[in-house]
Design a protein around this ligand. Structure first.
Ligand code: PMP
Ligand code: GLU
Length: 397
């Protein structure tokens, strides 16, 4: 049967693929340490689960408005005001099946064939595919480790053409953990405002931020930026709710309306029960979040400390999210069991086969000189995994 060109050009999500492979090995009895997927290992807090159970009992089992219940949209509007001092009308909020779906909707309604989308690399895997699915052309701008993997004004300026339609920003970022300061965003904003481009600001890791750093949304810099930016956020990361699938966008009204119309034909509303759980997450007690952030911070410190004593590995101290992104080029060119290691992908394969440690090679994020380790796993796993990694890497070089 013939598949559409659109289908033929999609690559499956490498992060989810690595997770699936690690889980398959675990199911077969292997003791794999999974630093692959970015998913909090904590359980969803009790009061959030209770809200979902209550919703089922109360019969909230029917279709809701396509873009989300009035209650959830209100909770999101209040969250944006409380945490970020941003004013939105409920009509500007669209709730979707995870932040990934929110991004998909936004890119679909903003981009078309002939458009260029500026994507700073290393980038999260799904942006690239979603840009291509909209028929637009990704314009990848490499960022440097020395600049904390952040897009510079010079990098942005050099990438802009008359076809530029959109810039994707992600702070705190996946896979590097980069956090943009207000001044850095301001410098980018000056260039953005000189052109016709829109911005997607993916703020899914907003709450997972360390060392007293502050999350700043580019939207907060000026009304003109608010007019052309779509904020993407959700409950997956901050509230350990990856499986519930609730994400949302806050956008200029015409964009929000178009996203809701698209969604009305694709999925309709996200699950009514998960929406009630998201209300409890956003409007309820925030203490569980504080505990998770403190735990992530100490895991980051420990994993980084262990990583940096492995000869040859170089790694920034990330300010947010839950990933480390070390440069592993020191291991390239050395043979292991008769095969020369030439990339982070080769090295990741050795680590999975020999150390039973799953990591995501940087090829997935546009730079195969690095790999990504998620520290959204227990300290014990981090200790075991780093012991195993160090032992195998010591045999290579
Ligand atoms: N953006 C980034 C940068 C992410 O890492 C993720 C995690 N998969 C998402 C969006 C999507 O999150 P969700 O699980 O809510 O779809
Ligand atoms: N954001 C996570 C990651 O990058 C989840 C996996 C995915 O959705 O691709 O690992």
């Amino acid at each position: 049967m013939r598949l559409a060109d659109r289908a033929l050009q999609i690559s499956p999500s490498p992060t989810l693929a690595i997770d699936a492979r690690a889980k398959q090995m675990m199911a077969a009895g292997e003791k794999v340490i999974n630093f692959g997927v970015g998913e909090p290992d904590f359980d969803t807090p009790e009061h959030i689960k209770a809200a979902a159970v209550d919703a089922i009992r109360a019969g909230m089992t029917k279709y809701t408005p396509v873009a989300g219940t009035v209650e959830l949209k209100k909770a999101i509007v209040q969250k944006l005001r409380r945490d970020q001092n941003l004013e939105y009308d409920p009509a500007q909020i669209v709730v979707s099946v995870g932040a990934k779906h929110s991004l998909y909707n936004a890119i679909q309604v903003l981009c078309q064939p002939g458009d260029e989308v500026i994507l700073p690399a290393p980038y999260w895997v799904s942006y690239l595919e979603q840009i291509k699915l909209a028929g637009a052309r990704p314009v990848i701008v490499n960022t440097a480790m020395e600049n904390g993997f952040k897009l510079t004004p010079a990098g942005l300026s050099a990438a802009v053409t008359s076809h530029t339609r959109l810039l994707i920003l992600n702070s705190p970022g996946n896979p590097t953990g980069a956090v943009y300061t207000g001044a850095e965003l301001q410098a980018l904003a000056e260039i953005i405002l000189k052109h016709e481009m829109a911005v997607i600001s993916d703020e899914i890791y907003e709450k997972l931020i360390y060392d007293g750093l502050e999350h700043i949304s580019i939207v907060s810099l000026s009304p003109a930026l608010k007019e052309r930016t779509v904020i993407i956020n959700g409950v997956s990361k901050a509230y350990a709710m990856t499986g519930w699938r609730i994400g949302y966008a806050a956008a200029p009204l015409p964009v929000a309306s178009a996203m809701a119309d698209l969604q009305s034909h694709a999925t309709s509303n996200p699950a009514s029960i998960a929406q009630q759980a998201a209300v409890a997450a956003l409007a309820g007690p925030q203490e569980p979040l504080g505990q998770m952030v403190a735990e992530f911070a100490s895991r980051r410190d420990y994993m980084l400390e262990r990583l940096l004593i492995i000869p040859g590995l170089v790694c920034n101290r990330p300010g947010g999210a839950f990933y480390l992104f070390p440069n592993v080029q020191a291991y390239f060119g050395w043979p292991y069991q008769g095969k020369v290691i030439r990339s982070a992908s080769d090295l990741a394969e050795v680590l999975l086969d020999e150390a039973r440690v799953a990591v995501v090679p940087g090829a997935a994020f546009g730079n195969d000189n690095y790999f990504r380790l998620s520290y959204a796993t227990s300290l014990k796993n981090i200790e075991d995994g780093l012991n195993r990694m160090a032992a195998v890497l010591a045999m290579i070089k």
